[in-house]
Design a protein. Sequence first.
Length: 225
Amino acid sequence: MKKINLLGISLTDYSLKESLKISNHYLNNGALNTISVISTQILVEAAENPEHKEWIESMDMTIFGETDILRAADNATRNRLKEVENGEFLQEFFHRLAWNRKTVYLLADSEQQMEYLKARLHEMQSNLLIIGQYVLEDVSTGIDSFINEINDIVPTVIVSKFPYPLQEQLMYENKKKINANVWLALPEHSTIQTKKGIQSFKLLEWFYRKLFKRRVSKYNNDKTE
């Protein structure tokens, strides 16, 4: 475990072993715990908004989704780079859910994102026990409906895929209203399936990686002056 500060955002980097131990506790502690997979895009944009920063810091656990975050945090050991590069936390987390027959509920903001989410999960673990799903296209009218449905079903884990910062806001504002053990948030652009989509995602990823490195360098330089 290593406490870090990136762009003024306080985070904790957990090893694979630590994060799995913590998540296993979350599955059995009787309260809703939030886990967010963090990207460079999320950090760059959250750094510009105090409210968004608060949402990120309120997560019970953050998982680094890109190796550039490790490098910026001066924690780029060979083992941690491998764990993040291969997405080992998510693979093992979903494997354990399937093995222990834990129930999963899916949330997304469109039918297309829901299909991406289901395809990604099936790729990682084909026998997950998915017991429900909800497409929240209209936040102004749909929040109560999905909360009521989740509370009727009471899944072990909620897995969501919304654009930033909607996802973080939903988790922050509704955490105390929902009956589940874990809410796991995946970044909006974590799965792109078409060739055109892959190219667009690679360009977006490249842009935010470059911007993140520049912002971190400037932030660190300003602190030392």
